[in-house]
Ligand binder design. Structure first.
Ligand code: ANZ
Ligand code: ZN
Length: 819
């Protein structure tokens, strides 16, 4: 056995053995419980994996290995979310078909994941761009369509001139495309939507039932944005009704203006002749702004007067009607009642345009003046019969009174919008619809799926707002499935998030042909027990997948309503060069390939775990990987020495040690706890600390031969999920154990035996700490008192005074009262 651990040799030795054994195939032992551990569906890009990605894939692999050893059947699969813009944009710039670029990217990802020895069941690999996968994505489209949850509508939508496609709200960040960073504009197009808004309340309520990080739940709550309030109706002079949505009906007597969104349908009608130029100029100007700019708190609150007024529903007073673009058409009713005294935006608007503010809420019912805006709840003043009421009471009273007079009603508003799924791009799953002159939009019958993506060479965007598929005439022209007359296929493809909204079900039975999944396999494995990925997916994928799951539940396809029981987000890995996220464009990427080549896969895995807490942002350090490699070397040397000596008579003379035994139980306890809690960094630290102890114990002759044998047997199994290669080599080649270490059971411990035998107790004299003494756990009180009193330091502090009392807090403290 060589002194230095040769990772190259050992990795080359075991990799093929494990592959031949099919070591990571999902277990099917009916006597074992099942566990589904899943990584987010990766989107393979041309850059390949960095060590940053390993912070996602290594911990889940460790967790999967730990669960297998704990006696679970584990499903831990991998596949590719390979449709979408990046692959296609790459293909266009590199003049290669997206099918080809996608294949190259997936090959790289797979190779790198195998290099990390991620324990995926590769037989279950799936790819969202294969017709036998997207056939079922299309099938789900039909399911949603059938249930009235997929519809087409003409709308002003975000258009990215860079990517030449429509984008969902979620894909516009600060007025720019999330992919190419181009400034977005608006375009009116006929688009397909999924009616996620119908599920808003359930998406909100069920967040309370899942074990997800609180920040992610909060982002989903805010994204759904449920607001309870009232709709209040103001009547314009011509009889038109202007409905406003407000969360504060208690401020109704403080209304001094109404503001309509520039897109509001009543704007044209309410604009008086003299105001027409001013109003239309204003509308043109605000059309160029994104909603985000319009809502920015630091921007001036622009607006223009329509010339009309409307009647306040309770006071009967006229209120001027303005147009202001801080009011959004897509929220509430696209109109607000302006209350400068109590709403910050209205306050700023009123200041700018010389409108009055009326104080109607104060903290204690006494007037304070309206120099500043008071936006809390309080007590009403200047509010007719409602004066003196507290805000909460007034909200329900005013709402009820308005309702009784037909001037309002209770109302709930949501920020969530329906999910826009059409993309005018080639590289996606075609929407399975045929447009027929006489029948309209006809779904392609399920038995005619998949609607295959035609193999065209000219897949670049047209620039006219139509999908490149529109140019594939042979493909577009098809008989109507209903009446057989000539008709045209829908040429938009589906947003990639449709593919990732159900893939986790496909892994349960990846080659199933009679449906998207085998119900028995899904009943067994789903929902996903542990789902791991980056926090940047808080709203899109994680909301869409929850939505589809609920639809499937409603359709009777599955028996659960939440797809991912437990969610964990790994922290980001920053570059040590510039302290920023690793990315190819910044040139600061460290690849797993280079690290593994220099230090071995085990050291790389250990380092990724050891750099910091799983969910913390950490910085890459070459020294950390070196440290882990050194730790593995020292383990290797120790095991070698022990193994050699074990056959030696000398080993028999080593003395049995209670502490040696206790430490073993303690280590197993720590590792078991840390692994279950995703505390992989402290698990590695515990193994390192324990190795230091072992090295010292070996030198000191502590532990009998039998104890050492047991210790190494246990230690190697604990190390196995983290460093699979060295532990296999030690297990089989050095310790001579039969079978793979990865098929052994996780070591057990007894908490009582792990507990320290002795504790340190603080000794005080008259409340002042004077000494610390070590006593046996469970030592009788009399002896503890004796030991405490006889300490020289304590004697010095007592200084011959009489002892009046001795108070004991077991295993912690002795306080001697003297004087
Ligand atoms: C009067 C009022 C007085 C308001 C007050 C607030 C405080 P959230 O909580 O986010 O749901 N609002 C309503 N529709 C709007 C639209 N389309 N564009 C911009 N703002 C709109 O916000 C609800 C509040 O936002 C509503 O309550 C309304 O202003 C405004 F002391 O009505 B409030
Ligand atoms: Zn037809």
């Amino acid at each position: 056995m060589s002194k230095k651990y040769n990772f190259e040799q050992v990795e080359a030795k075991w990799q093929p053995v494990w592959e031949a054994m099919d070591l990571y195939a999902a277990g099917h032992d009916p006597d074992k419980p099942d566990r589904y551990i899943l990584d987010f569906f990766p989107y393979p890009s041309g850059s390949g994996l960095s060590v940053g990605h390993a912070r996602n894939y290594v911990p889940t692999c460790v967790s999967a290995r730990f669960m297998r050893m704990q006696g679970y059947n584990v499903l831990h699969p991998m596949g590719w979310d390979a449709f979408g813009l990046p692959a296609e944009n790459y293909a266009i710039t590199h003049n290669i078909h997206p099918r080809e670029s996608t294949r190259l990217f997936c090959d790289t990802y797979r190779r790198q994941m195998k290099l990390l020895e991620c324990s995926y069941d590769w037989a279950r690999e799936i790819n969202s761009t294969h017709p036998d996968y997207y056939r079922w994505t299309q099938w789900f489209f039909l399911l949603l369509h059938e249930r009235g949850l997929a519809y087409q509508a003409l709308g002003e939508q975000w258009w990215c001139p860079g990517c030449q496609t429509i984008l969902a709200n979620e894909q516009v960040e600060n007025g720019r495309c999330w992919r190419c960073d181009h400034e977005v504009t608006k375009k009116a197009l006929q688009q397909w939507y999924f009616k996620i808004t119908e599920y808003a309340d359930r998406l909100l309520a069920d967040l309370d039932t899942i074990d997800w990080p609180e920040p992610i739940k909060l982002m989903q709550r805010n994204w759904i944005g449920r607001s309870e309030g009232a709709e209040v109706v103001f009547r314009a002079a011509g009889g038109d009704e202007i409905a406003v949505f407000t969360t504060r009906p208690d401020t109704l007597f403080g209304v001094t203006f109404l503001a309509l969104a520039p897109e509001h349908p009543l704007v044209a009608k309410l604009t008086t002749a003299g105001r027409q130029t001013a109003v239309s100029d204003y509308i043109a100007q605000s059309r160029r702004k994104s909603d985000i700019d319009r809502q920015a708190t630091n921007q001036a609150k622009t607006g223009v007067f329509t010339g009309s007024s409307a009647i306040h529903p309770l006071t009967g007073q006229p209120v001027p009607v303005w147009v202001a673009d801080y009011v959004l058409m897509g929220y509430g009713s696209g109109a607000v009642m302006g209350v400068p005294g109590h709403d910050e935006r209205d306050f700023a608007f009123a200041r700018q345009h010389g409108l009055e503010a009326i104080e109607v809420i104060t903290p204690d019912g006494r007037p304070q003046g309206v120099e500043a805006c008071f936006s809390d709840y309080g007590v009403l003043i200047n509010s007719g019969d409602y004066s003196g009421m507290d805000s909460q009471t007034a909200v329900s009273r005013i709402t009820a009174d308005l309702a009784a007079q037909g001037k309002g009603r209770q109302h709930v508003s949501y920020k969530l919008r329906d999910w826009l799924i059409s993309r005018q791009r080639y590289w996606g799953a075609p929407i399975p619809i045929v447009h027929c002159q006489s029948c309209g939009a006809v779904p392609v019958p399920a038995d005619q799926l998949p609607v295959e993506l035609p193999d065209i060479d000219d897949f670049a965007p047209s620039g006219n707002g139509r999908s490149p598929l529109a140019r594939a005439a042979d493909w577009v022209n098809t008989p109507c499935p209903r009446c057989g007359q000539p008709a045209q296929r829908e040429t938009d493809t589906m947003d990639g998030f449709a593919c990732s909204s159900w893939y986790f079900l496909r892994f349960a039975s990846p080659r199933y042909e009679d449906g998207p999944f085998d119900p028995a396999a899904v009943a067994r494995w789903l929902p996903v027990d542990t789902y791991v990925g980056g926090a940047e997916h808080a709203v899109m994928h994680l909301l869409y997948a929850r939505f589809w799951t609920k639809v499937m539940f409603d359709a009777g396809l599955i028996s659960f309503t939440e797809p991912f029981t437990q969610l964990r987000n790994q922290g980001m890995l920053l570059s040590n060069v510039d302290g920023r996220k690793m990315s190819k464009s910044r040139g600061n990427v460290v690849t797993p390939d280079e690290v593994a080549a220099q230090y071995g896969t085990d050291a790389l895995r250990g380092c990724v775990l050891f750099l910091g807490p799983f969910d913390a942002e950490v910085t890459w350090e070459e020294t950390a990987v070196r440290g882990v490699a050194r730790f593995l070397d020292r383990f290797w040397r120790l095991v070698g020495e022990v193994a050699q000596e074990a056959f030696h008579a000398k080993a028999q003379r080593r003395k049995e040690s209670k502490e040696f035994e206790r430490r073993r139980h303690e280590l197993v306890q720590r590792l078991t706890h840390d692994m279950a809690q995703f505390r992989f960094n402290t698990a590695v630290a515990a193994l390192m600390e324990h190795l230091n102890y072992l090295l010292a114990a070996w030198e000191a002759g502590e532990g009998s031969a039998a104890q050492w044998q047991e210790m190494l047997n246990v230690y190697t199994r604990l190390l196995a999920p983290i460093a699979p290669f060295i532990s296999e080599e030690v297990w089989q080649a050095v310790l001579g154990q039969p079978g793979s270490v990865h098929q052994q059971s996780w070591p057990s411990f007894e908490a009582a035996k792990a507990a320290a035998a002795q504790v340190t107790v603080v000794v005080q004299v008259n409340g002042k700490v004077r000494d610390r003494i070590v006593v046996d756990v469970g030592e009788e009180e009399g002896r503890v008192k004796q030991t405490a009193v006889s300490s020289p330091k304590v004697q010095q502090a007592i200084n011959g005074q009489a002892i009046h009392n001795i108070i004991i807090i077991p295993q912690k403290l002795v306080n001697i009262v003297a004087g």
